[in-house]
Ligand binder design. Structure first.
Ligand code: ZN
Length: 425
């Protein structure tokens, strides 16, 4: 039997002491800052505008002196200086691959591919040498599928580069080739399970999966439990972006996502760019060590927090907590910030609720907040429930709001959790 629950991809690195880890990070950080400043026109211009030289960044805290790079900065600089905005450090002739991600953002692919962060993530999720792996991420134009493909090669696994779609073909492939590993979004895995059941197959027995790696989407714990139950295997997730690569991955303990040694991840105050203390919620900002397309303090737009306690798996890195939402989904009501994840926290306490949405409007210069609630089935004491929901809203969100019940299906499927309908004149 293969041991999928223990071991490390890079033991020496993954179990470094705190002191050693910090020294290693600072060394790699100074190296990439000097390299980026020397070879990338955009990085040099941004450092100069902030009056900072690479030598001035001697600690991780010093990173605060450097400006944050937003996705919109990347898009705008690429418009002015096509195709890569001056962030690239090599000419486009001779590049092995050029990717295009939504934005649009052009990215040169690293070649030869040496980044081991996704490989660490795949190993921690239980994929091993000898596995036959179905890679259902999209190979078309964006880099994730290809990065994972290269990383599976580092592990000694065999890849089926199938991409998404055509579920019955996927199921046939899985059965014919005795596929042991799945890579893709959680929702696509759920679709495969449902389709297999529709074909009167028993996923646990008729599919041969032993490890599953999911990403690129929110992965609620309820969905994990459902799928792990149906497949009887561990399903682990990782988090990253196409611009900065893998930023965190789950280990068998699934208590947060380990941050690889080969990237600097900060949690910052979105407005000031200042680093927040461990445990506080803020925006995930990352600096990677790519020698082709280095990203310095790239703002992901995603919210999370850091976990410092040691993990029983033996990896000594800090971990990212759950992804709590996007920075741009935050809404201010009566001057208080409300995040979509807080709305989830309020409603998690009411199992009788099927769907919900907050709508913010403005009447005579005053904010009004209504929580629309769909029930799974009608209940006798609606007024009692309305009061409980309103009390919970005030308790968690610190803002008064009304609860109103709507018919089943009254809230559209893909509705925003907080719909801000205020018009500012
Ligand atoms: Zn761990």
């Amino acid at each position: 039997m293969i041991d999928r629950a223990h071991g490390y991809f890079r033991k020496g690195k993954e179990t470094m002491s705190k002191r050693k880890r910090e020294a290693y990070l600072i060394e790699r950080l100074s190296e990439i800052l000097r390299y980026g400043y020397r070879y990338s026109k955009a990085i040099q211009a941004r450092f100069d505008a902030a009056g900072v030289k690479p030598e001035m960044i001697e600690t991780l805290k010093n990173l605060e002196k450097l400006p944050i790079t937003k996705k919109s900065d990347l898009v705008n600089s690429q418009k002015h200086t096509p195709p890569f905005g001056g962030f690239e450090v090599v000419p486009k002739q001779g590049m092995r691959r050029i990717y295009m991600s939504p934005g649009p953002v052009f990215e040169p692919g690293e070649w030869p591919y040496r980044d081991t962060r996704w490989a660490q993530a795949l190993y921690a999720c239980g994929i091993r040498k000898g596995d036959i792996v179905l890679n259902t991420f999209n190979y078309h134009l964006t880099p994730l599928a290809m990065m994972l493909d290269e990383s599976l090669r580092m592990l000694g696994a065999t890849v089926i580069p199938v991409g998404p779609g055509n579920i019955s073909m996927q199921i046939n492939l899985m059965r014919q080739l005795q596929v042991t590993g799945y890579l893709g979004t959680p929702s696509f895995l759920m679709s495969i399970i449902e389709a297999a059941e529709g074909m009167r197959l028993e996923p646990k027995k008729d599919l041969h999966l032993r490890a599953s790696f999911v990403g690129a989407e929110m992965f609620p714990e309820s969905l994990r439990q459902k799928m792990e139950g149906k497949l009887d295997i561990p399903i682990r997730q990782a988090y990253g972006t196409v611009d900065v690569g893998c930023l965190g991955y789950e280990c068998p303990e699934k208590k947060g996502m380990h941050i690889s040694e080969d990237v600097v991840v900060e949690i910052v105050d979105t407005e000031t760019g200042r680093q927040l203390e461990t445990g506080a919620t803020g925006e995930i900002v990352a600096t990677n060590f790519s020698k082709v397309f280095p990203m310095i303090r790239f703002a992901t737009g995603d919210l999370s927090y850091l976990i410092e306690e040691t993990c029983p798996c033996g990896r000594t890195s800090m971990r990212l907590g759950r992804i709590l939402g996007r920075t741009d989904q935050v809404t201010k009501v009566w001057g208080i910030f409300i995040h979509p994840w807080q709305v989830d926290d309020v409603m998690a306490k009411f199992p009788e609720v099927a769907n919900y949405q907050i709508v913010v409007t403005r009447k005579e210069y005053r904010d009004q907040m209504i929580m629309y609630v769909e029930l799974k089935e009608s209940i006798a004491d609606q007024i009692g429930l309305k009061r409980k929901v309103e009390r919970e809203i005030e308790e968690v969100l610190k803002v008064k709001g009304q609860a109103e019940f709507v018919q089943r299906g009254g809230i559209p499927d893909r509705a925003k959790k907080i719909d801000d309908r205020r018009i500012w004149e």
